[in-house]
Write a protein that binds this ligand. Sequence first.
Ligand code: PEP
Ligand code: MN
Length: 249
Amino acid sequence: MIERESLLTNQPLIIAGPCAIESREQILDIGRQVNESVVHVLRTQLWKPRTKPTSFQGVGEKGLPWIEEVKEETGLPVACEVMAEEHVDATRNIVDVLWVGSRNMQNYSLLNKIAEDNRPVILKRGMIATVEECMGAAEYIGKDRIIMCERGIRTGADAMRFTLDLNGALTLKHDYKMPVIIDPSHPAGRSDMVEPLALAGIAAGLDGIVVEVHNNPAEALSDANQQITPEQFHQLTEKIKRVYSAIAK
Ligand code: PEP
Ligand code: MN
C-alpha cells in the first residue's frame, strides 16, 4: 500500500497518462514513454464521466489486467478515477491511488464509500465548488488521505475551457494546510496552454501536477485537443525542474 506521504516528497509530484485508457497497447505504450521522463504516478482512467452518453465512456473493468501489466512493466504506482461505489471494490489491490473527479466531488455516498478504504485519494475540485465545499468533501473521506487538485472552475472568463484558480489552490494549501496539485490540461482545453498553466502552478509553490499525455493525441477518444505528446511531456518535466529549483528555498 502507498502512503500519501510517500507521494509528497520535496520534489513536485508528477502524475501523467492518457485522459482515458483506450486499449492494452495504448496504455502500455504511454506508460513506457512517460516513464522515460520524471513521473511518479501513472494516470489509468477506466471509467469516464462524459457529458453525452454517446461519447466514449471508458473501457471499464476490462482494463484492470492492462493496469496490472503496465504497473509490472514500468514499476509505477497508478491512479484511477472511481465514479461509483462498486469501482472502489473493483480496483482494490490493483489501483494505488483513488481519484474523485470534478463531477463527483459532492457525491456523498461515493465519498462515504471511499472513507471505508485506506488508499490515498486525489480529490478534484467541483467546477463551481467553493474552497469550503472542497474541504467539506475532503472531510467526508478523511483529510489526511487527500491530495486536493485544482482543475479550473467556471467563471465569466471564457478564453479557455476553465479558469485555473491559483487563488483557491493557494488558500487550500496555506490556510487549510492541504497538499494541492494542479491539473493544467482541463482548464487549458488546448495542448499549447498546458505547459504555461502547469509551470504557473509550480511557480506558485503548489505540490505538483496531473497532466494528460497521449501517444497519438489527434486520435484520442476523449479530450483530443488538450492531450500532450510524450515528447512535450518530457520538455515540461525539464522546465518544471528549472522552475522548481528557481523558487526552492
Ligand atoms: C479527467 O481528469 O479526465 C477529468 C474528467 O477531469 P475532471 O473530473 O476534472 O473534469
Ligand atoms: Mn480528460
